[in-house]
Design a binder for this molecule. Structure first.
Ligand SMILES: [Zn+2]
Ligand SMILES: [Zn+2]
Length: 203
């Protein structure tokens, strides 16, 4: 296997050329598009420091949740959280499982699934049900208050931030005597070049 030096869409496609993660999509603007500190030789020191501080913060948040809810704080659970921070964009449970196995982690599919559930419950992960790609997860902290455009032809997911939408959600909630905490919007759209879509896997 190639030395792991960071995750980009190209790397993942090549690594999983057996088709196991054919629809993997990597969000290029993610601040987590980095390898772990020990491997991220080409990244700047400041970025590495921010990355490791963020991972440590998430580890503490997860550890506290596990303790409060009387779940065991196992190495496997923490490993899953760490591996998630190496990914960018949105991922499925199976993609994470395949990624971890590829990286040499000894982990069962059942542990990956149950840990994802715990990470959603403690607000570290957000679960999206995209029409095109089923259930996908992403770190809640990586891009707060963003929404998604989903291409119904190729499954591509585009993220965007719109302050206008945040205000609109707040206004609608207020009209109903409520206070908006968060919102989730998916806009379904079509690629202009369907049939010859540059985003479709393998093209
Ligand atoms: Zn498309
Ligand atoms: Zn997103």
């Amino acid at each position: 296997m190639q030395k792991y030096a960071g995750i980009g869409g190209f790397e993942i496609k090549r690594r999983f050329a057996n088709g196991l993660a054919a629809k993997w999509y990597i969000c290029p603007q993610s601040k987590f598009g980095l390898a772990p500190m020990k491997d991220a030789a080409s990244s700047g020191a400041v970025v590495r420091q921010e990355y490791s501080t963020e991972v440590e913060r998430l580890r503490q948040q997860f550890a506290q949740y596990l303790q409060e809810h009387r779940y065991r704080n196992t190495q496997e659970r923490m490993r899953i959280l760490e591996r998630i921070t190496e990914l960018s964009g949105h991922f499925t449970a199976d993609e994470l499982y395949v990624y971890m196995r590829t990286m040499g982690d000894r982990i069962s599919r059942a542990t990956v699934y149950s840990t994802l559930e715990l990470l959603v419950r403690c607000d570290i992960l957000v679960r999206h049900r995209f029409e095109s790609g089923g259930t996908r997860f992403e770190l809640a902290s990586r891009l707060p208050n963003h929404d998604h455009l989903v291409c119904t032809d190729c499954g591509r997911i585009v993220e965007f931030c719109s302050p206008g939408l945040v205000e609109l959600a707040q206004r609608i909630a207020q009209e109903h005597q409520l206070r908006a905490v968060r919102h989730s919007l998916q806009i379904f759209a079509r690629c202009p070049s369907y049939g010859n879509c540059p985003h479709q896997y393998g093209q």
